[in-house]
Design a protein around this ligand. Structure first.
Ligand SMILES: [Zn+2]
Length: 177
């Protein structure tokens, strides 16, 4: 009898916790891994003018957002955490850009990140669209996953409706770092 009551109490407590946790869980989604520090270096290899502009605009969007993350340029690409590259991966493969955090994308402490721009698809975007794509990939690099709200840079949508981090994106960055 006593045991049964304890189970009941535990269940009602769990339901209350879940209800309280929902708004925060919707605000941002973490991938599960992150860098050890919010000061993260970046460099690039083989970017043409449009894509070095996209990289710089995405970096500036985050640095201007005034979160606990700051991206710093490292001229020696072998020493940088994040490396931006571009290639013609094809127009119909379903992605504008992709980010892979290493050693494990969804857990642990990142030491390296590859951000690949698919110029076959991104050539068709505006300067602002490429900036938003770059900023979105940088969100993955710091450990953020997709959200459903189109007002956030981590929105799943293919063509970015925003090109700067939104309030939930910033909350995510500040929660991680
Ligand atoms: Zn994404």
């Amino acid at each position: 009898m006593l045991k049964q009551r304890m189970v009941k109490l535990f269940l009602s407590f769990s339901i209350v916790s879940a209800a309280l946790a929902l708004p925060a869980a919707n605000a941002y989604v973490a991938l599960g891994g992150k860098y050890a520090s919010g000061t993260i270096s970046y460099s690039y290899l083989g970017l043409t003018a449009n894509y070095s502009q996209a990289m710089a605009n995405g970096i500036a969007a985050w640095n201007d957002a005034d979160t606990d993350v700051s991206f710093v340029y490292q001229s020696d690409s072998t020493k940088a955490n994040i490396i931006f590259r571009q290639d013609t991966y094809g127009a119909n493969i379903g992605w504008y850009a992709r980010t892979q955090n290493k050693p494990v994308h969804t857990s642990g402490t990142y030491t390296k990140t590859d951000i690949d721009f698919n110029s076959s698809a991104m050539d068709g975007l505006s300067v602002t669209g490429r900036k938003g794509t770059s900023g979105h990939e940088l969100g993955h690099a710091i450990g953020l996953d997709h959200v459903s709200q189109s007002t956030q840079i981590m929105s799943v949508s293919g063509i970015r409706q925003v090109s700067v981090p939104g309030s939930d994106d910033k909350a995510g960055a500040n929660a991680l770092y």
